[in-house]
Design a protein around this ligand. Sequence first.
Ligand SMILES: [Ca+2]
Ligand SMILES: [Ca+2]
Ligand SMILES: [Ca+2]
Ligand SMILES: [Ca+2]
Length: 355
Amino acid sequence: MASRQAPLGGLAPRCLWLLGAVLVMDVSARPANHSSARERAANREENEMLPPDHLNGVKLEMDGHLNRDFHQEVFLGKDAGGFEEDAGPRRSRRKLMLIFSKVDLNTDRRISAKEMQHWIMEKTAEHFQEAIAESRAHFRAVDPDGDGHVSWDEYKVKFLASKGHDEREVADKIKNKWDLNVDEETQEVLENLKDRWYQADNPPPDLLLTESEFLSFLHPEHSRGMLQFMVKEIIRDLDQDGDKKLSLSEFISLPVGTVENQQGQDVDDGWVRDRKREFEELIDANHDGIVTMAELEDYMDPMNEFSALNEAKQMIAIADENQNHFLEPEEVLKYSEFFTGSKLVDYARSVHEEF
Ligand SMILES: [Ca+2]
Ligand SMILES: [Ca+2]
Ligand SMILES: [Ca+2]
Ligand SMILES: [Ca+2]
């Protein structure tokens, strides 16, 4: 839990290694780095002033962890709910088959890589629309006078208030340029936020953000300049030899964990295997064993069609039991956990009656 709930998130990358050491993360902390969608929703309120660590439909989280829900996010879009184990397997199966028929554009009852790519792009656009709506609501909260601009100081007040500081007191201190008296950790978060605020602020750099600049502050994934900024931060976190590129060993060495028992060893093995596969098959596009900033940027860019096609192929390969490079309804149902996050039992029996 430590990593997810630490207020630092991906925002204080410089101290990431230090943080790892301080927390002395046991292996059980590792899977918790990937909180479920439900846990995230619960944390939402508390963190609403903070740019999220997790971005729907983006491959890596801000702290460099793999987005384990990525395939579900780009397959289900904003309809990600409704596939919980208790939702009723019959209804879930029907829902899944309804999605299948929408992905299958030419209605030949199989999903091609092109069809899946097209679907991924559509769902990604849906996530972006959601981000815009969410950012608009947050913007109204940080711009109470409604003049369409938020200053860094206004944001800072709201952010510190969300961390339990007294809003009026903080506002007074900032106005009078008094010392804010925040702890070291919060200070570090503030510095990182300010870097990001500068980055989101289009020239002239007046530190006032408009609604659209605020959107790229919260959601860097759809702004070219911010996407590059995010990629740089992730590389800075992981790059150990300072060449501004990532080797495989640099990519899989996050976070530092200790192995205490066999179960922990298995978790570690799975962790390393997943990151290794992602590095070799998807991120390192020219397969030279090195991930450059440009490669990581393409991989992280949710609107990159080439990456979407690669994802589509990978998603098909996972469930393509008869190896014909298409997904049939039976295959999607059988691998429902991969596509929806839930096992939908009795897939074989139901496939004909429900499709
Ligand atoms: Ca088709
Ligand atoms: Ca390096
Ligand atoms: Ca490469
Ligand atoms: Ca197939």
